[in-house]
Design a binder for this molecule. Structure first.
Ligand code: APR
Ligand code: ZN
Length: 235
């Protein structure tokens, strides 16, 4: 076992001595048995170019140099995601700008959830200036449609989704800065990869109720961001 440490992420991996010559590194597409195809800046003293790293949890293998290059080309947020199976190492965080997340229960039922009340989440993010983690650092970003109101059934599963959304908010994963696919506007606050229902009693946009699969879909999307309730038991 070897720990490769670089720029804040600790990747737990196993050094492989013997590699089948037919296997390629899917980061650089070169043979694992040969040197990394990565031609960028060096990775310091941690690896010879031909070293292969095996990710500890999922077992996928890459040139060590390719793994480090992939990390350095990302947002260097202390996490690394296996490009093959998306297993997350470390804690993934995003670039959501500063703002507020609030929620309360309202005494009405959502279409498809007649037996419970409703949780309303209110997100508020003001416009601002992009930081180094954003597409155009130093440039302003706009923020349209805030406060944005979102709805969850106040059921056991709905409350679980809320707890995980609070974690996602803290990890800056609910919103991002980029180009809106709805309006085409660039340098603006946009939803990230976790879907929210923004309509209460109607479904005009497709982001409303009823939608029987919604809570399970959101749990999957949160999992893809490394957020599950299971991890709490381990930590
Ligand atoms: N409600 C919820 N999710 C939405 C909405 C909406 N009205 N519109 C788009 N999304 C989802 C999309 O399905 C996609 O997955 O957000 C993701 C990013 O889409 P963009 O259009 O890039 O996001 P954004 O510009 O933030 O959203 C557009 O959403 O809440 C409203 O006021 C907001 O009208 C704006 C719209
Ligand atoms: Zn490689």
């Amino acid at each position: 076992k070897k720990q490769a440490r670089k720029g804040g992420v600790t990747i737990s991996l196993t050094q492989i001595v013997l590699v089948l010559p037919c296997q390629d590194c899917t980061i650089c597409m070169e043979a694992l048995a040969g040197p990394s195809g990565y031609k960028g800046p060096g990775v310091g003293g941690i690896s010879r170019a031909e070293s292969v790293g095996r990710l500890a949890q999922c077992g996928h293998q890459y040139h060590l140099q390719c793994l480090v290059a992939m990390y350095n080309n990302g947002n260097k947020d202390g996490s690394l995601q296996c490009p093959t199976c998306k297993t997350i190492y470390g804690v993934k965080t995003g670039n959501q700008p500063p703002g507020k997340m609030e929620y309360h229960v309202i005494p009405h039922s959502l279409p498809g959830h007649p037996d419970c009340k409703t949780i309303r989440i209110i997100y508020n993010i003001p416009p601002g200036i992009q930081g180094p983690e954003h597409p155009n650092p130093g440039k302003p970003f706009t923020a349209r449609g805030f406060p944005r109101h979102c709805y969850l059934p106040d059921s056991e599963k709905g409350r679980k989704v809320l707890r995980l959304l609070l974690v996602a908010w803290d990890r800056r994963l609910i919103f991002s800065v980029g180009t809106s696919s709805t309006t085409g506007e660039s340098d603006t606050v946009i939803w990230n990869e976790v879907h929210h229902k923004t309509e209460f009693g109607s479904n005009l946009t497709g982001h409303g109720y009823p939608d029987p699969g919604h809570l399970d879909n959101v749990l999957e999307e949160l999992k893809a961001q490394g957020i599950t309730e299971e991890e709490w038991a381990e930590k």
